[in-house]
Write a protein that binds this ligand. Structure first.
Ligand code: PCA
Length: 204
């Protein structure tokens, strides 16, 4: 059976809950479609996040890496098209605030997701779940891990596919931050499972 590494992030900034942490833990060790899923939670820290991510990749040797993060202001599930070679963020959980820094000095300006993002969006729509492709993952931790993962795969000439998906808030988070708009946790779980199934379908 094929292996899929699914990551979420710890809570960060004003958000006391990160639904992607709940999903990574909740789907750990499950079999979904063609995949044995390993769920792991990454720290919201430049540097440490990718060190831990690479350690999980070496340990699990996945065929597919699906990275998840919270986009507190979004109202759909949004597979990201591209990661850019820039760190420029508000404070991470260790207090670092990079300004206009390249992630990899000699790295490419941008790296495209190698997941079937169009099929993922289409299959979410078939299930009645709002989704669209996003053309910017920002310049904070989510863009950082996406760029690092794709760069690492390219540098090592690995066959694995990888990409990033931003999720909207969950009801649990909205209860803590009422100005946000969110979804039932169950719908977020269903959406992530559906994307894993569609990645399985498009994978040779
Ligand atoms: N979302 C942030 C970082 C951690 C997370 O879940 C982002 O969009 O960069």
């Amino acid at each position: 059976m094929k292996r899929l590494l699914l990551t979420g992030f710890q809570p960060f900034l004003s958000h006391p809950i990160n639904p992607t942490e709940t999903i990574a833990k909740g789907l750990d060790s499950q079999v979904i479609g063609d995949f044995n899923v390993s769920g792991r939670v990454l720290p919201v820290e430049f540097g440490r996040a990718s060190e831990e991510l690479f350690a999980h990749v070496e340990d699990i040797e996945p065929d597919v890496v699906l990275l998840l993060g919270l986009a507190a202001g979004r109202k759909k599930i949004t597979p990201e098209r591209i990661a850019i070679n820039v760190n420029d963020g508000v404070k991470d959980n260790a207090g670092k605030t990079p300004v206009d820094e390249p992630i990899e000095i000699d790295g490419e300006n941008g790296l495209f997701s190698t997941l079937p993002i169009r099929e993922m969006v289409d299959s979410l729509h078939k299930k009645g779940i709002p989704a669209s492709i996003s053309n910017s993952a920002g310049t904070y931790l989510c863009n950082y891990v996406m760029y690092q993962m794709l760069h690492y795969i390219k540098k090592n000439d690995f066959k694995m596919k990888a990409g990033f998906v931003h999720l909207p808030p969950s009801f649990e988070l909205v209860l803590k931050e009422p100005e946000l708009t969110g979804w039932p946790m169950q719908t977020l779980f269903d959406g992530v499972k559906e994307m894993i199934l569609s990645v399985g379908g498009g994978y040779e």
